[in-house]
Design a protein around this ligand. Structure first.
Ligand code: PHE
Length: 344
């Protein structure tokens, strides 16, 4: 190495420039460490090479070169320390994140199949001009039976079917009391549906439960006929199930005359017969009929002037059909692996 002052200066400044550049480019603490060893260490090619030359210079040149040497050394020491600090702060802590750990499963929640069916039925009837009405689950006997034309000794009023409350009244056995409550509150023309839970002293089996959802429907006006009833319910069935066959069978309810039950072709077997439809190819989804004049009168209407029809359907049974569920008890199990199939 040349020992002239100018050459030494140039060499030292080049060493500074090259090392500052190397530090700026360093991407890891290891690279900074390599620069530190090469620059400040004892090996050749670093600052150490220049140290010996200080004493070899003429005395007049020594202070200036010594000062430059010290400045460059301090500058490089500082640059190394700060780059080291920067890179060790941004490096990920190796033990904090376990990349092999399985991700947490996102559970989105789902609506219950009966809730889905209720919402669809409501949407269809809203579209047909019906509004939604409600009534209490704990009900007076008169609303549940008397006003609905049940004779006092009717078997449905027997203790085995009805859950009576200790302090009087009962848990409603159907949503039909909402017919009376609505007629007492609003003048015709009336078109309502009334969804809600009902209660019976029933054994739990594949198609019966002691508490289940019903949807009541009612239309009252002058000149309302059985034709309106049939057309409305057949239209509803086509919308709910997709094009489907329906049939009306004569039936009996104290509060309707004439009365009928509506069946749809079983969706599980397409009408050919299976366990769900008990080999008949048909599944009953609702009871209906023309409102009995004494029901209209019990609610305070003139039965000479007004006629009406009503129906009560079971969304729990309709959900079995709609989703191919084999046993109604599954609807009450709160079994996550069943329910999560309905997540949307
Ligand atoms: N309330 C009847 C039942 O629970 C259903 C029904 C409602 C029938 C309205 C006719 C008219 O079975």
């Amino acid at each position: 190495m040349s020992t002239s002052l100018d050459d030494l200066r140039t060499g030292l400044e080049e060493l500074r420039r090259a090392n500052l550049e190397a530090l700026a480019k360093a991407r890891s603490v290891d690279e900074v460490e390599q620069t530190r060893i090469a620059t400040l260490g004892r090996a050749r090619g670093g600052l150490n090479d220049y140290k010996a030359h200080i004493t070899a210079l003429p005395p007049a040149d020594r202070p200036a070169f010594g000062a430059l040497f010290n400045t460059v050394k301090q500058e490089l020491e500082q640059a190394i320390a700060s780059r080291h600090a920067e890179l060790s702060a941004s490096a990920p802590a190796p033990a904090a994140v376990d990349l092999s750990m399985p991700a947490r499963r996102q559970w989105r929640g789902a609506r219950h199949p009966v809730t889905i069916v209720l919402a669809e039925i409501e949407a269809i009837f809203r579209d047909l001009g019906f509004t939604v009405a409600t009534g209490p689950e704990a009900e007076h006997e008169w609303y549940n039976f008397g006003a609905l034309n049940f004779p006092p000794d009717h078997p449905a009023m027997d203790m085995h079917d009805t859950l009576y409350l200790e302090r009087g009244g009962l848990l409603r056995t159907h949503t039909s009391p909402v017919q009376i409550r609505t007629l007492q509150s609003y003048p015709p023309p009336i078109r309502i549906i009334a969804p809600g839970n009902v209660f019976r002293r029933d054994f739990f089996d594949a198609s019966h439960a002691p508490m289940f959802a019903q949807i009541e429907g009612m239309a009252v006006d002058e000149g309302v006929s059985f034709v309106d009833l049939k057309a409305t319910l057949a239209n509803f069935a086509n919308r709910f199930f997709g094009e489907t066959k329906t049939r009306f069978r004569p039936s009996f309810f104290p509060f309707t005359e004439p009365s009928a039950e509506m069946d749809v072709a079983c969706r599980i077997c397409n009408g050919t017969g299976c366990a769900t439809c008990k080999q008949t190819g048909w599944v009953e989804i609702l009871g209906c009929g023309m409102m009995h004049p004494s029901v209209l009168e019990a609610a305070g209407l003139d039965a000479q002037r007004y006629t009406g029809w009503a129906f009560g359907m079971g969304p729990g049974r309709m959900a079995l059909q709609r989703f191919g569920i084999p046993d109604i008890r599954i609807e009450y199990d709160s079994d996550i692996s069943f329910l999560e199939q309905f997540a949307q």
